[in-house]
Write a new protein. Structure first.
Length: 153
């Protein structure tokens, strides 16, 4: 197989796998044992720009950074391409979750895209639960089909 194609497939596979990792971590860690860090994201207890929930950035950035660093020290081996996929997912998550959905930076405010509207609907449903139980829609980029239907208000 062409090495460039292999590297693209590894990076893409890592990116896609991160949706599952993010879903699992969100459901069982953020809404589980580390709820005390995630709770202010649901209840807006923190005044100011940063939330305790922002510490999760470090949890997710660490494996991507380590993969990129170790892989680049070893002639851009497998670890580099996996780390790149993880890092690209982190960038996508930040862009969609923090910028587009929660408007932490006032850009990307409006979209007529059915996909982006579905993401917003699913996330709104997730946030209607203020406690750590009874949550739904723990992923980010893969949205259940029911959120693609038009909901006129």
């Amino acid at each position: 197989m062409n090495p460039v194609l292999l590297h693209i497939l590894i990076t893409l596979g890592s990116f896609i796998a991160m949706e599952g990792v993010a879903w699992f971590t969100h459901k069982y860690v953020m809404h589980g044992i580390l709820w005390h860090l995630h709770e202010d994201h649901h209840n807006k207890q923190t005044k100011g720009f940063f939330e305790h929930n922002d510490y999760f950035f470090l949890f997710f950035a660490l494996p991507g950074s380590v993969g990129i660093i170790l892989g680049s020290l070893a002639d851009f081996n497998l670890y580099f391409w996996i780390g790149l996929g993880i890092t690209l997912y982190g960038f996508a998550y930040f862009t969609v979750h923090d910028i587009f959905i929660h408007q932490r930076f006032k850009i990307f405010r409006n979209s007529n895209s059915k996909y982006f509207k579905a993401i917003r609907r699913a996330h709104k449903v997730h946030h209607k639960h203020l406690g750590k139980q009874h949550g739904e829609c723990f992923g980010m980029l893969l949205v259940p089909s029911k959120y693609f239907k038009d909901h006129k208000k």
